[in-house]
Design a protein around this ligand. Structure first.
Ligand code: SF4
Length: 375
């Protein structure tokens, strides 16, 4: 079982907080699918011989690609790989790109899941975040997708916004759960290096929320989601049983995946490979018939760290028997030694050989996980 990720590097405008690689141009966009297909051919053999279970269009803004190119990429994958009989095919979309015709086309190409970049249902928040859509468009996009047969709809929401409030966050959650969504990705705002937002922070134009507000908003997220039957299965992801992201879960369970497009990452259990964060470099390489990736062969220590970082982010946790079996008794002993402190504090729960951070402590998971990482 493997996955394929396609990074679509186009945006109509840049949002203040975003550090994902994307360009604000339509130049060359019509050739994107063709280049992705060429990369698929160049990188055949990267994945172990297995079925493709998940395909994920992320970005950037995949919904800017247009139906024909999306269809070409899906059929290009199906031509070269055996795709499972029940694949999860996800497309990230901006609410303002949604139309009836576009959604009908996606359904006919086999797209099974729509992930909408809503971020907030407050027009003031949306304006300050630099988003192009408004709350009305977001609500309409979810309803239309549901009416046209999308059963698996996810929305992205952000909390910890400097110019917002806990009351608005609560309203956002209530609004999200009033819609037919089955999955929610909720991210606390991060001030990423190189973004306009961090410059505003440096100039004192924005004031970050206090730690108390962050915790309060995180607790609201957990309370309201749980009241609506959602399970907090990963630090930033919640969903109804049966609607957890299969693609993202495969990252956290070390399933191999192939990443196509500029800035995409790949992993096959042996190496981690990164494509250049430049559409020009990526295109040039593909046109010259050269694999565009930079490869990092994983050491046993890298593999152990990957296992700890990914598994401890989830409600499934890390298994000390797996650590002993794959990385030796010494590492298992070290893991138990670190875990012991957190078990005593009631932050990590132990069930037989499995240790998991309790979801109510997911908000501090980065610090906890870093304690487990050997340098
Ligand atoms: S948040 Fe999404 S739409 Fe905004 S710049 Fe980043 S990738 Fe583009």
């Amino acid at each position: 079982m493997s996955g394929i990720y396609i990074h679509v590097p186009y945006c109509k405008s840049k949002c203040d907080y975003c550090d994902y690689y994307s360009v604000v141009t339509s130049q060359g966009r019509e050739k994107f699918a063709n280049l992705v297909e060429k990369e698929l051919i160049l990188r055949q053999g990267y994945l172990p011989d297995s079925e493709i279970e998940t395909i994920y269009f992320g970005g950037g803004t995949p919904s800017m690609l247009g139906s024909v190119q999306i269809s070409d990429i899906i059929s290009g994958i199906a031509k070269r790989y055996s795709v499972s009989s029940n694949p999860e095919i996800t497309l990230e979309a901006n609410p303002d790109d949604i139309s009836e015709e576009f959604l009908k086309n996606l359904r006919s190409f086999g797209v099974t899941k729509l992930s909408l970049g809503v971020q907030s249902f407050s027009d003031i928040d949306l304006k300050k975040l630099g988003r192009r859509h408004n709350a009305k468009q977001a609500i309409k996009a979810v309803s239309l997708a549901h009416t046209l047969g999308f059963d698996n709809i996810s929305v992205d929401l952000m909390y910890g916004l400097p110019y917002s409030s806990t009351r608005i966050w609560e309203e956002n959650l209530i609004q999200a759960f009033a819609l037919p969504v089955k999955h929610l990705s909720a991210y606390h705002l991060v001030y990423e290096e190189g973004t306009p937002l961090i410059l505003k922070l440096a100039k004192g134009l924005v004031v970050p929320v206090s730690e108390d507000q962050s915790v309060e908003q995180f607790q609201l997220l957990q309370e309201i989601s749980s009241m609506n039957g959602f399970i907090h299965y990963e630090v930033s992801n919640l969903g109804r049983d049966g609607f957890f992201s299969r693609h993202n879960t495969s990252y956290w369970k070390q399933v191999p995946y192939l990443g196509l497009g500029p800035s995409a990452h790949s992993y096959n259990g042996i190496s981690r490979d990164s494509n250049p964060k430049s559409i020009i470099e990526w295109q040039k390489s593909i046109k010259n018939g050269a694999i565009p990736t930079e490869q990092e062969v994983l050491t046993p220590q890298d593999k152990l760290n990957d296992y700890l970082v990914t598994s401890l982010r989830t409600m499934w946790g890390a298994n000390v028997d797996t650590i002993a079996q794959n990385f030796g008794d010494g590492n298992a002993k070290q893991f138990l030694h670190t875990a012991e402190k957190y078990v005593r504090l009631g932050i990590i729960e132990q069930r037989d050989s499995v240790f998991r951070i309790l979801p109510k402590h997911f908000i501090t998971s980065d610090g906890i996980i870093s304690d487990f990482i050997a340098v």
